[in-house]
Design a protein around this ligand. Structure first.
Ligand code: NAG
Ligand code: NAG
Ligand code: NAG
Ligand code: NAG
Ligand code: NAG
Ligand code: NAG
Ligand code: NAG
Length: 347
């Protein structure tokens, strides 16, 4: 690292003639080369001078980031990857998280880090107002940092900090894949009863295309337990029940301490571990499963609340008005990002 740093300083003045983004490309390429990640270094060398890489390089150059770098990328894969620049940039943007995530100090499962990536490209991400997609990771019993919500178990095998960029490089086997659509997430998590219920109520496609949603999805076991009550509901009541599992905004577990309003206008009281509407409470069994257009949390009980906003507020069971807001803070998340940011200035 000492050698790398020295060599970088020598070349910095020259590179600065071409701007901060070119400097970042050069520092990043050098760091990757020193870690023997030559395929990705080549990707940065080849793509880095393309103007479409500028936004990505600017984010890396701003410091205080974590880069999840795939070790199994071969040179020929890298060269083929870079022939489609927009796709390459999108892919790389999802490998970069804000903040420095060190495997050693990461929160231990079931707590986890929820870190924004720098990916907000609207062909892949359908969140509100340019929000970026998230990366979720946790330290499991094996002591290693695992990236959650991937098709395969993706583990950080090695970690190194590039001081000149304030960049933590965490090595993983392959590229992280950004979250897919609601149907794919429901299927991948065996939430088949909920999926069928949404489909039958005509809600699945609208929820899949609405920007920035939160969905509390009851497990199949939860549906089995509630089958008696559910079968006694009218279609309209069932729709309201399902819509009370939905927020029109994206709320990740770090923000669970506060009350939320469901898509019908009903108040949902959130704690670290549960969600309550009216008289029905469900425990959160898994949180922060990313969706292209929001986030999914799995609950162990169907929230059998049939009240929508206005009637809930005037009814006897909704009681949202005074002081009922739970303000517990979550352990899920507050990962502390230590930050060593080296600021480079051209001279
Ligand atoms: C780096 O890229 C950003 C984003 O495209 C651009 O606004 C900025 O001007 C670039 N910086 C330099 C020095 O070229
Ligand atoms: C680093 O980034 C994290 C996450 O965005 C932020 O909370 C923290 O304040 C940043 N630290 C510095 C020194 O900028
Ligand atoms: C996506 O972003 C591009 C570039 O900013 C913009 O031209 C396009 O209209 C956007 N598409 C949607 C569906 O928002
Ligand atoms: C959802 O994603 C799956 C898997 O990528 C895909 O096969 C399916 O067509 C998508 N559905 C919609 C409605 O876009
Ligand atoms: C889904 O169910 C299958 C078959 O029962 C099981 O092998 C798999 O582990 C389950 N997946 C999840 C995410 O629970
Ligand atoms: C949530 O969004 C749906 C679909 O756009 C809309 O019908 C509903 O009124 C919204 N609910 C709230 C509380 O804003
Ligand atoms: C909720 O989070 C707070 C703060 O992290 C913690 O002290 C408390 O034990 C948590 N409550 C539960 C029920 O886990």
């Amino acid at each position: 690292m000492k050698f790398l740093f020295g060599a970088t300083l020598l070349s910095l003045h020259f590179i600065c003639a071409y701007g901060a983004n070119a400097t970042t490309a050069s520092l990043l390429s050098d760091a990757l080369t020193s870690l023997r990640l030559t395929a990705l270094a080549t990707v940065i060398d080849v793509g880095g001078s393309d103007p479409r890489f500028a936004a990505f390089l600017e984010e890396v150059g701003a410091g205080n980031k974590t880069f999840f770098v795939p070790t199994k990328l071969t040179l020929s894969q890298g060269l083929s990857f870079i022939t489609n620049i927009p796709n390459a940039v999108r892919t790389l943007q999802y490998q970069i998280a804000h903040g420095q995530i060190f495997p050693d100090t990461a929160p231990v499962s079931p707590s986890h880090v929820v870190a924004p990536s720098v990916l907000n490209d609207n062909s892949t991400v359908f969140l509100k107002g340019g929000d970026t997609q998230l990366i979720v990771a946790t330290k499991e019993d094996d002591g290693q940092l695992h990236i959650l919500n991937q098709g395969t178990d993706l583990v950080v095998t090695q970690s190194q900090t590039v001081m000149s960029l304030g960049l933590v490089i965490n090595l993983v086997d392959t590229f992280l894949v950004p979250p897919g659509n609601l149907s794919a997430a429901l299927a991948a998590n065996n939430l088949t009863q909920f999926q069928t219920a949404l489909q039958n109520a005509g809600l699945l496609s609208s929820l899949s295309s609405q920007r920035g949603v939160t969905i509390f999805a009851p497990s199949d076991a939860a549906f089995a337990s509630a089958s008696g009550v559910l079968s006694s509901l009218s279609a309209g009541q069932l729709t309201t029940v399902l819509q009370n599992h939905v927020l029109n905004s994206t709320v990740y577990s770090p923000s669970f301490g506060t009350s939320q309003i469901s898509s019908t206008g009903q108040t949902l009281h959130m704690s670290n571990t549960s969600v309550t509407a009216g008289k029905s409470t469900a425990k959160l069994s898994q949180t922060d499963i990313g969706l292209q257009n929001g986030v999914l949390h799995i609950v162990d009980t169907v929230i059998l609340d049939q009240n929508s906003g206005p009637s809930a507020q005037s009814g006897t069971s909704g009681g949202s008005a005074n002081g009922a807001v739970l303000s517990m803070r979550l352990p899920l998340l507050a990962s502390v990002f230590g930050a060593i940011v080296a600021v480079f200035e051209c001279w």
